[in-house]
Design a protein around this ligand. Structure first.
Ligand SMILES: Nc1ncnc2c1ncn2[C@@H]1O[C@H](COP(=O)(O)OP(=O)(O)O)[C@@H](O)[C@H]1O
Ligand SMILES: [Mg+2]
Length: 297
């Protein structure tokens, strides 16, 4: 079963096309990452899944139903970029309040545990740190025991501890069968944790698959070695798409023709050493797919 299904979805704001003929299926039970540079349409897609807006054309199905129906919404949890909750209440009170809105919520203690907020249960929400407020937003998103969890940049403003607690919580929810879709610019975490990567660029789908298959599809390799070659000599090597110079004469290339590059480099530099050829990272693949200088969301 698909937890989310977009068919030929187009969304516009005035003359701006935020999503263009988007076809998307998110199978139930998976952790998918929705990636794309700023303005790619990620938040727009999530708002459609939440029924906060309707598409100009095409259809959006969530858990087999209309995302605007109350019955559907009661099974969807969300953590949006702007957090707005009555901050005068304490953490436990807020969670109890939210839990009461859902037909089959989890115990508040469980939401505290999943979000790593146990120690702050009696603290007023207004007194939480930035990272703790994001954890609270996560706890509020999960307390209704959603079948589908939509997280828009959940780890922004989280410190290392909050992020670790967050990923642990996600792992626990997944083991209980929850479908998760998140946006993030932390591509190393996506590479490690996601079953599925969907990359948007200017409202269009540019890649869709496992992190491995997306890296494979882009076909970039990373070649790294040390040598006494000058900058100019390194830049003159064939087949390179980019070059980064590190300390201790280390050069790192991105290339689609690793054999060509390595053969030329060995010919030019008898002292070449520490040679490594690996598949480029998901971040490299992302940059290549979106043609964007910055990984942002
Ligand atoms: N309510 C809105 N009114 C006008 N333009 C919007 C609105 N929401 C989003 N947009 C525009 O739609 C495009 C996609 O935005 P968004 O979905 O927020 O991108 P992302 O979340 O990937 O950064 C952007 O160009 C953005 O400026
Ligand atoms: Mg956004």
């Amino acid at each position: 079963m698909n937890a989310v299904r977009f068919e030929q979805v187009t969304q516009r704001f005035g003359t701006l096309t935020a999503l263009s003929d988007l076809d998307l299926e998110l199978p139930a039970g998976q952790l998918s990452a929705l990636l794309g540079p700023n303005g790619a349409g990620k938040t727009t897609a999530i708002e459609l899944m939440l029924g906060l807006s309707a598409p100009v054309s095409g259809s959006v199905q969530v858990l087999g139903g209309d995302p605007r129906d109350a019955a559907t919404r009661s099974h969807v949890g969300a953590m949006l970029q702007d957090f707005t909750a009555p901050l005068g209440l304490n953490v436990r009170e807020l969670l109890s309040l939210y839990a009461a809105l859902y037909p089959a919520p989890m115990p508040v203690a469980r939401a505290l545990e999943l979000s790593g907020l146990g120690a702050q249960a009696a603290q007023r929400a207004s007194g939480l740190s930035g990272g703790q407020k994001r954890r609270l937003s996560f706890a509020l998103a999960v307390v209704g025991r959603p079948r589908l969890l939509l997280l828009d940049e959940p780890t922004v403003a989280m410190d290392i501890q909050s992020r670790a607690a967050f990923w642990q919580g996600i792992a626990d929810l997944r083991s209980e069968g929850c479908t998760v879709l998140l946006t993030t610019h932390l591509l190393e975490e996506v590479d490690r944790a996601a079953d599925r990567v969907v990359v948007l660029s200017r409202g269009r789908l540019v890649a869709d698959g496992t992190p491995y298959s997306v890296r494979q599809q882009v076909g970039l390799s990373r070649v790294r070695f040390t040598s006494s070659l000058s900058d100019a000599q390194l830049r003159a090597l064939p087949g390179a798409e980019s070059l980064e110079l590190g300390s201790r004469q280390q050069a790192t290339f991105r290339t689609r023709q690793p054999e060509v590059l390595v053969r030329a480099a060995l010919g030019a530099a008898p002292d070449l050493a520490h040679l490594e050829v690996t598949q480029a990272s998901l971040e490299d693949a992302f940059l290549s797919l979106t043609g964007d200088a910055a990984v942002s969301a």
